[in-house]
Each structure stands twice: as C-alpha cells, then as structure tokens.
Design a protein around this ligand. Structure first.
Ligand SMILES: Nc1ncnc2c1ncn2[C@@H]1O[C@H](COP(=O)(O)OP(=O)(O)OP(=O)(O)O)[C@@H](O)[C@H]1O
Ligand SMILES: [Mg+2]
Length: 261
C-alpha cells in the first residue's frame, strides 16, 4: 500500500504561535482516519497541509507521494477532495446545486467543452443522487438547509474522483436526524473499497462512523495519540486530549464520551 500522506516533524508557526508542533503522520491507501481535539488544537491547520493548501514552516509533508514545496500544487489539488466551512463560504449563494458540484471538475480540465460538460454533469448528477440530493439540482445553494449543504459539499469534494477525501467537521450544525443520516452515509463510504482514503475532523465521538480504521488526537498543536482506532479512542487518551475526566463507551461500533463523576 502506498502512502497517501507522510508527514515528518511538520510544524506550522505564525508569529509567536505554534499551530502544529512536529507532527509525524502516515496515512495509507484504504485507511479511514478521524481527527479529534478541542477548539484551536490545530485540526484545520493539519487538514490544510493535507489538502496542499498550506506549507509547513518546518518538516516535510508528503501528499500523494509528492513533497509540498517541490510540486505544482495546482496539479496536486484536484487529486484531493476537500469539504470545509471555509470552502463553503466561497460558494456564491445563487449557484445551483448542480453547478456547485460540476464546477469542481473545471479546476481539473480548465476548459469548457461540450463533451466534458456533459460527462461532468452526468457524474455530478450521479454523486448528488448518491448523497440524497437528486431532487435539489436546480435549487440555489443559499436556499438549502445546513444538512443539505453538507451533503452537496461532500458530493463536490468527490467530483474529481480524488485519491484523498478530507472532511472538516461535516456534521457541524446538523440536527440529530441529520447527523445520524450523515454518519450512516459515511459508514457506507468507509466500507466501499473503491472509496479514497478519508480523513474526517470532528469534535464529537458520536460522529465517528463505524468502519473508520484510525484516529489521531490533537491538543494544543501536539499529537496526543495516533494509530488504529480502538487503541486511540480510550478514556485515558480522550481525557488527556479534552482536559476532562471522561468515561468512554462503545456500542455497535458507535462511541460516546461522558464526564466522569
Ligand atoms: N495566521 C494565524 N496566526 C496566528 N494564529 C493562528 C493563525 N491561524 C490560526 N491560528 C490559531 O491556530 C490555532 C489552531 O487553529 P485551527 O483552526 O487549526 O484549530 P482547530 O483545531 O481546527 O479548531 P476548531 O475546532 O475550533 O475548528 C488556533 O488557536 C488559531 O487561532
Ligand atoms: Mg477547525
């Protein structure tokens, strides 16, 4: 299995603040990672590196077997699907759902030709159907509910058939039904052998989809623990990560954490 991500002593420093401190991390093909940690721990910063949208201040970041800093990131980025609040904010509100997804392809082809357009539209349509958004093709993005937006963003992230899928808090702002629906869909995706390597950032243990294989815990720019999921998502590690004494339970592959009393 080849390395999808290979980070060696990656640090990101801004002024006097260290956003990431000497992070080592390997993600291999077929792996599904969840990254947990409190606000400001450095999760989004780490994802920005993985997305080839940010270079380390020091250390070496290998992304899809290219080294950041010695590769044209505009060739690398289409191989990576990213869904994040920052990207969603850049989508014009009047854009139709179909266009939000189909335009992800134009970053790749960089041209507007009838043949490409139709093939791209078919793929966008299929992805939107897969994510339960088939009936919304012509709706303005701004008119969607938060849950509907999140599913459109994931369809967009998958549009270029990426080798790496990065999801930064895809369940943020969803109600209980919406969260459960998304966890179910991500579980199915995780179990699909044809799906790319996945890295999912979340604050909530309840959002870890069954079928995810690995976890990383971040606290104050440092890795607390990383590796196969069961060994990482323990009461001890999670208590240290969130600075609260926690009890952790697992039921049918779903995790819950509650403060110890
Ligand atoms: N340009 C910058 N200069 C200084 N500090 C920064 C800069 N960019 C980000 N930070 C800080 O780096 C820290 C890590 O930010 P990051 O967005 O990676 O955290 P996060 O784990 O994703 O948090 P959240 O869970 O709230 O999304 C935060 O404290 C943030 O304020
Ligand atoms: Mg974040």
């Amino acid at each position: 299995m080849s390395d999808v991500l290979e980070l060696a002593a990656v640090s990101v420093v801004r002024g006097s603040k260290t956003l990431l401190n000497k992070v080592d991390w390997q993600v291999k093909e077929g792996e599904r990672w969840v990254i947990l940690g409190p606000n400001g721990a450095g999760k989004t910063t780490l994802l920005q590196i993985a997305a080839a949208r940010l270079h380390p201040t020091s250390g070496i970041a290998g992304v899809l077997e290219e080294i950041l800093g010695s590769v044209d990131v505009f060739e690398l980025r289409p191989r990576i699907g990213l869904s994040s609040a920052a990207l969603a904010n850049q989508i014009p509100g009047h854009e139709t759902v179909l266009n939000v997804v189909v335009t992800a392809a134009y970053g790749v082809t960089g041209r507007w030709r009838e043949g490409y357009e139709r093939a791209d539209e078919r793929r966008a349509f299929r992805l939107l159907n897969d994510w339960g958004m088939g009936p919304f093709l012509n709706r303005a993005f701004a008119s969607l509910s938060e849950g509907e937006r999140k599913r459109v963003q994931i369809a967009r992230a998958l549009m270029t058939d990426p080798e790496l899928l990065l999801l930064d808090e895809p369940a943020a702002g969803l109600d209980l039904g919406g969260r459960e629906d998304l966890v179910h869909r991500l579980t199915e995706l995780a179990r699909d052998d044809a799906a790319p390597a996945i890295v999912l950032v979340t604050h909530h243990l309840e959002e870890v989809p069954p079928g995810f294989t690995h976890a990383m815990l971040l606290r104050e720019s440092n890795v607390v623990a990383a590796g196969p999921l069961e060994g990482v998502l323990t009461a001890e590690h999670l208590s240290k990560t969130f600075g609260v004494e926690l009890d952790v339970t697992v039921n049918a592959g779903r995790y819950t954490a509650t403060a110890r009393r």
